[in-house]
Design a protein around this ligand. Sequence first.
Ligand SMILES: Nc1ncnc2c1ncn2[C@@H]1O[C@H](COP(=O)(O)OP(=O)(O)OP(=O)(O)O)[C@@H](O)[C@H]1O
Length: 284
Amino acid sequence: MSQITAVSRELGCHYKDERLPAEEGFAGTMEGLSQVKIAVRKLNIFYQDYQALHEVSMEMKARKVTALIGPSGCGKSTFLRSLNRLNELIEGTRTEGEVVIDGVNIYDPGVDVVGLRKKVGIVFQKPSAFPMSIYENVAYGPRIHGIKKRTVLDEIVETSLKQANLWDEVKDRLHSSALRLSGGQQQRLVIARVLSVNPEIILMDEPASALDPISTAKLEDLIAQLKNEYTIVIVTHNMQQAARVSDFTAFFLNGYLVEFQPTKELFIHPRDKRTEDYITGRFG
Ligand SMILES: Nc1ncnc2c1ncn2[C@@H]1O[C@H](COP(=O)(O)OP(=O)(O)OP(=O)(O)O)[C@@H](O)[C@H]1O
């Protein structure tokens, strides 16, 4: 099965080259009316003298999943990390342009970075449970933000684990080491940890790339649930995954945003030849 046929299956429709009628009426529907949560304007990012992103502008909508796709090294992770100012932890990086979240440019002087990273949580590729109990992994963030009362922490831990679809699997061993969990469980634990501090946006950098197919399916189900409450931006190498989980897809190439469209539109009617070449597997 070709890559594009596999993607078409996930979308429940057909790519134009498959010579079946493409779906119409995608743009301009309710999608167009949802609120913009993150607006990126003319973003340039440099590692020392190397420019990793060039004049990237795009808007991500509230309670939608936006997927970032593109070949290795095209700038997806750099872009993702710019959304909660994580790049500045890497020495020698420089950012120009604006990332406006709920009307505030997060690069303005005076922005509280700790508060920003609470509001915009991130999940990385490799599940990174802390070497402590399951309970303490989830209670860690709320404790740092000043919550001490045990009953409140208990409630946060339970709610976050339930939201991350992990509660039933761990409720009888909350005080055993998180490192004994499987990779898929650890990844959901990390998501519970992110949820425990009440974020509004969740960034995910290839969250399923180290997971087996069953854990990946669970994670994708979880993403579908979480978007009812959170705005999600996900980097993925897997186009079928982008087709399955996202509402919008951005295609990056060599540090440039080549195309950004509703996911179905991008996969059925790519506007740019380079997007078409990438999604049909001609390179990447
Ligand atoms: N810390 C760094 N120092 C210098 N250059 C970097 C650094 N991190 C990334 N780069 C460079 O910036 C460019 C974009 O990297 P980035 O990791 O954002 O791409 P990516 O699309 O996420 O790649 P991948 O899919 O392989 O993770 C690459 O050329 C990379 O080599």
